[in-house]
Design a protein around this ligand. Structure first.
Ligand code: TYM
Length: 328
């Protein structure tokens, strides 16, 4: 059975992009794979976190995994910092990572621009820690959105390099990216991806937004010139993005949706129906989240058990790595 590994940073409220680009796929993939899903808290430390709210943020991501349908009977769910091998392998991989290949990372360049004054070493090293996450579990496939492909490619490079230097140790992972939903764009600006760090909350729909807020945000979402509701990401990027969200939220084909609105007089009816599709799509997840809120002990036990299982695999890989490089 092939192994999949993926993770989300607890660095803010999760949005539809995270869900449609990543978590929704995990739920489907967990049935045919050995699945490992991590809350990558150490990654989130690369930007300042308030110690008073960080714990809640970390737990909220784990709750979303469960509410979305990740089943702890089928998948390992755990918190990155509970398995010390992640930081340990990161250090070893640092010694075979080259500075220019990290300088090339698009996300680093963007973040370096945003955090000019407090650019920390963790931001630079972020992709190496991500490679450690992936390689520790001998991962075959990494289900992620499009923005993480470059990081998974670095993990491949490091795995190949390590294997060349020290002998076959790591599985060479590949990114698993679905065509639809891999890059959900901002509602206020369809030229940029939907992002937690966008300056305006009009950019995204969070997984916990109320039906009223969802309706309001979709009503305000920018559209393209013209009235046709057609899927054309180049000429009509805003409508193409809304059609993608509609299709994934409702389970209907984009072609069907185009047909339904072929004679629409404008965008109003389309936006109304889209809002209801998103509200209904998120309803079960939001209901389960409420149940989990009153069940923190169960949540902590799942994370504890998950960490134990993850540790078994990670410590075995780490032992192999240490043997290969001659550590005593
Ligand atoms: P993060 O927390 O930024 O995002 C979590 C997942 O959501 C996807 N995503 C999107 N997909 C579609 N459209 C969007 N607008 C959008 N925005 C985000 C991301 O591609 C990602 O799959 N570095 C990772 C976390 C990580 C990780 C790992 C992932 C750490 N270690 C090992 C996989 C394997 C990150 O920051 O994701």
């Amino acid at each position: 059975m092939e192994t999949i590994f993926s993770g989300v940073q607890p660095s803010g409220a999760l949005h539809l992009g995270n869900y449609l680009g990543a978590i929704k796929n995990w739920v489907e993939l967990q049935n045919q794979h050995r699945s490992v899903f991590c809350v990558v808290d150490l990654h989130a430390l690369t930007v300042p976190q308030d110690p008073k709210t960080f714990r809640e943020k970390i737990l909220s991501i784990a709750k979303i995994y469960l509410a979305a349908g990740i089943d702890p009977e089928k998948s390992i769910i755990f918190i990155q910092s509970h398995v010390k091998e992640h930081a340990e392998l990161c250090w070893i991989l640092n010694t075979i990572s080259r500075i220019p290949e990290l300088e090339r990372m698009t996300q680093f360049k963007e973040k370096a621009e945003r955090h000019k004054k407090d650019l920390n070493m963790g931001l630079f090293d972020y992709p190496v820690l991500m490679a450690a996450d992936i390689l520790l579990y001998k991962t075959n496939a990494v289900p992620v959105g499009e923005d993480q492909i470059q990081h998974v490619e670095l993990a491949r490079t490091l795995a190949e390099r390590f294997n060349n230097y020290f002998g076959e140790t790591f599985v060479i992972p590949k990114a698993f990216v679905r065509k639809e939903g891999a890059r959900i764009m901002g509602l206020d600006d369809p030229s940029k991806k939907m992002s937690k760090s966008a300056p305006s909350a009009a950019n995204y729909i969070t997984l916990t937004d109320s039906p009223e807020i969802i309706r309001e945000k979709i009503k305000k979402a920018v559209t393209d010139s013209g009235k046709e509701i057609i899927f054309n990401p180049i000429e009509k990027p805003a409508i193409a993005n809304l059609l993608t969200i509609y299709s994934l939220a409702s389970g209907r084909l984009i072609e069907d949706l185009q047909k339904q609105y072929a004679n629409a007089a404008g965008y109003a009816e389309f936006k109304n129906d889209l809002s209801e599709a998103v509200v209904e799509f998120l309803r079960p997840l939001q209901e389960k989240l409420k149940e989990l809120d009153s069940n923190e002990d169960v949540m902590l036990k799942i994370l504890n058990d998950g960490a134990q299982k993850a540790r078994q695999i990670a410590s075995q890989t780490m032992k192999e790595v240490k043997d290969k490089i001659g550590l005593i």
